[in-house]
Design a protein around this ligand. Structure first.
Ligand code: NAG
Ligand code: NAG
Length: 405
């Protein structure tokens, strides 16, 4: 009996170690979340920069719990905030915020900066913004800071397990190719050749993100660029979307999807998940009333036709009920529209999420952990009679734990 109880003690020790290492993610410890990209996902980095691309004055943030202009380009929450809520986490702080310190680093970080694009020359008029290469440098610096806090191994695991969101591309059209008539890029490339060029540059950015440890990355396409209030104001006579920008997003989005598929094939894993933002927008833009909107053409905040001219400022027209507008300002969706988008990210079919939605990713992850735990236990558990049970769950160990520690 002495031998077998010693043996079972060893087993108990082993199994507790295994549970420790392979325990499914505890509720109290949500995964980290990292955000890269432009104004659609910037949560306030530009507040700390000398740039005109900013959202730190009212009425921005009018419906945010703080009722303050936080730097988010929304009346309230933006897409990253709503994703954080879905994964059970606090909103990630802007990387440039002095509040992002200590334990708060473990929640993740938002590196996005309004005005930037895939290309370095996108948004040059905004002067001092954090372009994609610098966002990735900051991600590296972030990991060094976290390593100092929890060690290199745990930091690597935190980054591997994290969810990442990347939103880029819209500005490479609006604030580059089509910024002015006869722009430098439009003289250099036809639209047909510009799109593959920016897609190939995007691929390099995503590869770098992979090299820095990202393993679960949501990549959004562009919305229907020609249908935003800013474009309607400039190009539309009867509310029809601007043809050139619609053509641009029709070329861009399928090529982005193809690039993500080929990247996943090269990596041998579904690291990158395509988010069909255009389809999500098209749903509520083609039938706004079905989603509770009175309009998907007129911005809530702005001036001129469609409230699409200039910036949203304290002097602008402001709609009384933001939930009735698909667009908050001339370019950016309202919180209500962001909620519809994040619902689809979470639960949409393959028409919206390629190859799978976020709830599937989260479920697969927790399932993967329990399968690994099962395999480890099956591999190493030998019952007290020296029999090898078919599986851990089949053994009597769970029903009659013999703890002799
Ligand atoms: C953008 O800038 C980074 C460094 O700041 C450089 O490494 C990269 O090659 C540039 N990209 C292009 C397309 O020029
Ligand atoms: C997306 O999520 C929903 C709800 O969790 C699920 O029923 C559905 O099958 C998922 N679709 C895909 C394509 O993953």
């Amino acid at each position: 009996m002495a031998v077998s109880s010693g043996f079972s003690s060893l087993l108990v020790v082993f199994i507790f170690l295994a549970l420790e290492v392979f325990a499914p993610r505890a509720e109290a410890d949500p995964r980290a979340f990292f955000v890269f990209g432009d104004s659609l996902v910037d949560s306030g980095n530009n507040n700390y920069l000398v740039t005109s691309a900013r959202a730190d004055a009212p009425p921005y943030g009018i419906d945010h719990p703080t009722h303050r202009a936080t730097g988010r380009f929304s009346n309230g929450y933006n897409i990253p905030d709503l994703i954080s809520m879905r994964i059970g986490s606090e909103p990630t702080l802007p990387y440039l915020s002095p509040e992002l310190n200590g334990q708060k680093l473990l929640i993740g970080a938002n590196f996005a900066s309004a005005g930037i694009g895939i290309l370095n020359d996108t948004g040059i008029q905004f002067v001092n913004i954090v372009r994609a290469p610098l966002q990735l440098e900051y991600f590296k610096e972030y990991q060094q800071r976290v390593s100092a806090l929890i060690g290199a191994e745990k930091t690597k695991q935190l980054v591997h397990d994290a969810l990442v969101l990347v939103t880029l591309g819209g500005n490479d059209f609006v604030n580059n190719y089509y910024l002015v008539p006869m722009s430098a890029r439009s003289r250099q490339y036809s639209l047909q050749n510009y799109v593959p060029f920016i897609i190939s540059e995007y691929k390099k950015i995503l590869k770098r993100l992979y090299d820095l440890g990202a393993r679960k990355v949501l990549v959004t396409g562009t919305g229907p660029l020609g249908c935003v209030p800013a474009e309607l104001a400039q190009h539309s006579r009867n509310g029809e979307c601007a043809a050139e920008l619609q053509k641009a997003s029709s070329l861009y989005n399928p090529q982005l999807d193809d690039m993500l598929t080929s990247l996943n094939n090269e990596l041998g894993s579904h690291v990158f998940i395509g988010v069909n933002t255009k389809q999500m927008h098209n749903d509520f833009m083609s039938n706004p009333r079905a989603y509770g909107f009175v309009t998907s053409k007129i911005a809530c905040c702005g001036q001129g036709p469609y409230n699409g001219i200039g910036l949203c400022t304290p002097m602008s027209n402001l709609c009384p009920n933001r939930d009735q507008y698909a667009f908050w300002d001339a370019f950016h969706p309202s919180e209500k529209a962001n909620r519809i988008i994040v619902d689809q990210i979470m639960m949409g079919s393959t028409k919206y999420m390629n190859p799978m939605n976020l709830s599937t990713i989260l479920a697969l992850d927790s399932n993967k952990w329990s399968v690994e735990l099962q395999q480890i236990l099956d591999l190493h558990y030998v019952d007290l009679n020296g029999r090898i049970p078919n599986s851990f769950s089949e053994s009597r160990f769970l029903q009659e734990p013999q703890v002799h520690l």
